[in-house]
Design a protein around this ligand. Structure first.
Ligand code: G3H
Ligand code: 13P
Ligand code: ZN
Length: 350
């Protein structure tokens, strides 16, 4: 018994290097993205269907891709299973004919050194330490500690400066939320981060702006959100020429999915996201990673609700998760090809 438990201890505590799983860090893909005027998609996933859809779309289109896992997703999926899912994703990409995939496994919104370390030790190729809610000096100290650990294993690190606006805020575009360009050189230099997430008016979730913050399109009656603060982005790029910038909260909340959800028993009134033209514009700049989670959730939910409404007798998960996966493949392909422009951008597209 004792021997068995110590073997288990060694097994479960042994480090996994992402390179052995066939993954890559984000350094090279970001460099090429900035020089090439496109952005790498960072798609959050929690389950097999999302992962299958991400790999199918990115492999078919020969796009580098970041598989993004939040703390909640890691708890939901199980960290050991996740490591093998990422390794399986690399093999699946090859099986799809993409012989040199560039896939990163990235921790989204890491909130402690211990969580980041655990991900580095378990095969992640990139981590985010989100100290944006901390006082400036504490954000620097925590971020630097994560960088020092991660860099020993050639794992790249994303830090964040500025607080993403929440829809609960009175004024979404309040200046104080934005990243302050005067801080970025100091932050990047003292922490050693590989990329910087900034706040220029995006926010998480399917309600990025209140109706009061938007205007209405007179023809369609749809909400039209206020523009992102591109002047702040420009000022940051001027301070940090050629440095990789990250945009969180970049779902567009496609109205066709919202309509399907609402027409089939759902309730998402006035859900609104970031218009695609703005993301296209950002992709051409030093923004080289764009985070998308909510759009995938909406596609999944729309497809499942439709099946349930049309076929109330259906109870085979493959019959509703399958259509959800198909719709997500369509969504991810659209993002890659029509919005971020990362298709055909693998170093080796064979
Ligand atoms: O930025 C947050 C992501 O959308 C992840 O959300 O914590 O519910 O997994 P989650
Ligand atoms: P969305 O909620 O806009 O998809 O943002 C996701 C995100 O930023 C994950 O870190
Ligand atoms: Zn985020």
């Amino acid at each position: 018994m004792r021997i068995k438990s110590s073997i288990n201890f060694i097994y479960y505590n042994s480090m996994v290097n992402y390179k052995d799983l066939g993954l890559v860090n984000t350094r090279d893909m970001f460099k090429r993205a900035i020089n090439g005027g496109y952005a790498i998609p960072a798609f959050n996933f929690n389950n097999m269907e999302q992962l299958q859809a991400i790999i199918k779309a990115s492999s078919d289109l020969r796009s580098p891709v970041i598989l993004q896992v939040s703390k909640g997703a890691r708890n939901y999926a199980n960290q050991t299973l996740l490591r093998y899912m990422a390794q399986g994703a690399v093999e699946y990409a090859k099986e799809l004919g993409c012989h040199h995939p560039e896939i990163s496994l990235h921790l989204d919104h890491g909130d402690s050194f211990e969580l980041c370390k655990s991900c580095v030790d378990m095969g992640f190729s990139s981590v985010m330490i989100d100290g944006s809610a901390l006082p400036y000096e504490e954000n620097i100290a925590l971020t630097k500690k994560v960088v020092e650990y991660a860099h020993q294993f050639d794992v790249t690190v994303e830090g964040e400066l500025g607080v993403l606006a929440g829809v609960e805020d009175e004024v979404v575009a309040e200046e104080s939320h934005y990243t302050q360009p005067e801080e970025v050189i100091d932050f990047v230099t003292r922490t050693g981060v590989d990329s910087l997430a900034i706040s220029i008016g995006t926010s998480h979730g399917a309600y990025k702006f209140t109706p009061a913050q938007c205007t209405r399109d007179p023809q369609t009656g749809r909400l039209v959100p206020p523009p992102l603060a591109f002047d702040v982005l420009d000022a940051i790029m001027e301070k940090l020429p050629g440095f990789p910038i990250v945009l969180h909260g970049s779902s567009s909340v496609p109205q066709e999915y919202v309509d399907i959800i609402n027409a089939n028993g759902g309730k998402l009134p006035d859900a609104v996201g970031i218009p695609e033209e703005q993301l296209r514009k950002a992709s051409k700049s030093a923004v080289c990673k764009i985070n998308i989670d909510s759009d995938s959730r909406l596609a999944f939910t729309a497809a499942v609700r439709k099946v349930f409404a049309e076929k109330p007798g259906e109870f085979d998960p493959r019959k509703y998760c399958g259509p959800a996966r198909d719709l997500m493949i369509e969504l991810y392909s659209h993002k890659i090809k029509e919005v971020l422009g990362s298709d055909g951008k693998l170093a080796n597209c064979d």
